[in-house]
Design a binder for this molecule. Structure first.
Ligand code: GN1
Ligand code: MG
Length: 354
C-alpha cells in the first residue's frame, strides 16, 4: 500500500515536493499516513468504506464541521484535490488529505494534567458546536444506540459466523446481564429529557492534539462521526478511553481500574467550558455515562469478535475478545465506585461555582 501512496498524494494540491510518506496513528478504522513535503507536513487518510460507505456524505459533514471550528483554529484544514474536491478515488479506494497539526496525541494518559487537557479539549469542542446550525448526515445510523448494540451482540452470538461462540460464552452471558444500562441514555433522548446536540461521537483521548507544555488543547481530530447525539456520548467516551489505569486491550484484567484522580481532572477540564450549557438531566448522568459508553464498547468489540473481526482493525488473535474483556473489567470497576464518581462530578461543579 505504502508504495502507491505518492500517486495518491499527487491527486491533492499540497505545497512543496514529497520527501517521505510513512504510516501514522493507531485508529481502529481508517488507515493514516504522514506525508512530509519540502513545505510542510500533511495527513493522508484512506477512508474505510466498509464503515463509511457514503464518502460524499461523510466528507460533506466533515467539511461543514471543519469550517465551523477552523474559525477558532481548532481543527486542521482539509487539502483540496487538484480537481477542487475534498476526497479522491484511487484504485477503488477513497482518500482525503489535511494539514498536520503540530502537537501531541495522547494514547494513554499518564498524568492528571493530560486528562485535564482532554477535558478542556472535548469541552471546548462542545462549546464551539453550540452555535453550529447546519444539518449533518447520519453517516452511521444508530451509532450510539446501546440498545441496538446489545441486540447486535445477541444476533452475532446466535449466528456464530466465525465459530467463536463457544469460547465467548462466559463474557456474552456476563455482558447480557447488564442490559439495564443499555437504554438509559437512549430512552432519555427519545423522551426529550436529554437534549440533542452536535457531538463528536468518538471522543477518544487520542482524537485530540494537545500542547502539554503550555496546557492547551490544539485541535480535535477524527471528525468522521460528528453527528447529532448526546453530550454524554463524548464525556463518557473520554472517561472510558482516558481514565483507564491500563490499555484498552490489556490482557491482565487485574490491572484495570478507573483512575479516580484522572476522572476528577477530566471533569475539571470539561466543566471549564461546558458548565453553563450543561442541563440538569445531563449532569445527573455524567458519571454513569462512563459506564454506559464502556459497556457499549464491550458489546461492540465482542460482537465484532463473534463476527470474525470485520469492523475494528486487529493486531493479534482474539484481539477484539481481549478488548471486550478489558472494557468489561473497566466498567465493573466504575460501577463499584459509581457513588464516588458522582460525588466527584458534584464537587467539581461546585468548585467552579464558588
Ligand atoms: C474506533 O477509529 P478510532 O480508533 O478513533 C471507533 C470508536 C470506538 C473506538 C474504540 C467509527 O475509533 O467508535 O469507540 O474505535 N470508531 C468508529 O477504541 O467506529
Ligand atoms: Mg481516531
Amino acid at each position: 500500500m505504502l508504495n502507491t501512496m505518492p500517486c495518491v498524494a499527487n491527486c491533492f494540491d499540497y505545497k512543496g515536493t514529497i520527501l517521505s510518506i510513512e504510516k501514522l496513528g493507531s485508529g481502529h478504522i481508517n488507515s493514516t499516513y504522514l506525508v512530509a513535503t519540502t513545505a510542510q507536513k500533511y495527513v493522508l487518510q484512506q477512508i474505510n468504506t466498509a464503515v463509511f460507505p457514503n464518502v460524499e456524505e461523510l466528507m460533506s459533514n466533515m467539511l461543514k464541521v471543519t469550517r465551523h471550528i477552523a474559525k477558532k483554529q481548532f481543527a486542521s484544514s482539509l487539502v483540496a484535490t487538484k480537481q477542487g474536491k475534498y476526497f479522491t478515488e484511487y484504485d477503488g479506494k477513497f482518500f482525503r488529505m489535511y494539514d498536520l497539526v503540530d502537537g501531541i496525541c495522547i494514547e494513554n494518559a499518564k498524568t492528571c494534567k493530560e486528562m485535564y487537557l482532554t477535558g478542556l479539549g472535548f469541552g471546548l469542542f462542545q462549546k464551539e458546536m453550540r452555535n453550529f446550525n447546519e444539518s449533518l448526515y447520519e453517516v452511521i445510523p444508530d451509532f450510539h444506540n446501546t440498545v441496538k448494540r446489545y441486540h447486535n451482540l445477541i444476533e452475532a452470538y446466535n449466528k456464530d459466523s466465525a465459530n467463536r461462540a463457544v469460547c465467548c460464552q462466559d463474557i456474552v452471558d456476563t455482558l447480557l446481564k447488564y442490559k439495564d444500562y443499555s437504554n438509559i441514555i437512549v430512552d432519555k433522548i427519545s423522551s426529550g429529557e436529554l437534549p440533542k446536540r452536535t457531538v463528536h461521537n468518538d471522543a477518544k483521548i487520542n482524537n485530540l492534539i494537545v500542547d502539554v507544555v503550555n496546557c492547551k488543547p490544539i485541535s480535535v481530530i477524527d471528525l468522521d462521526t460528528v453527528m447529532e447525539g448526546s453530550l454524554l456520548y463524548d464525556f463518557g467516551d473520554a472517561v472510558r478511553s482516558g481514565c483507564n489505569s491500563s490499555f484498552e486491550d490489556e490482557e491482565d484484567v487485574s490491572k484495570i481500574y478507573l483512575r479516580q484522580d484522572f476522572f476528577r481532572a477530566l471533569c475539571r477540564g470539561f466543566f471549564m467550558h461546558t458548565r453553563d450549557m450543561l442541563k440538569k438531566e445531563e449532569i445527573e448522568l455524567l458519571a454513569l455515562s462512563g459506564v454506559i459508553l464502556t459497556y457499549e464498547c464491550a458489546l461492540r468489540f465482542l460482537t465484532d469478535s463473534l463476527n470474525g473481526d470485520i469492523y475494528f482493525k486487529v493486531a493479534k488473535p482474539n484481539h477484539n475478545l481481549i478488548r471486550a474483556k478489558a472494557q468489561l473489567a473497566l466498567m465493573q470497576d466504575m460501577l463499584k465506585n459509581i457513588l464516588t464518581l458522582e460525588d466527584i462530578v458534584k464537587q467539581e461543579l461546585n468548585n467552579l461555582n464558588l
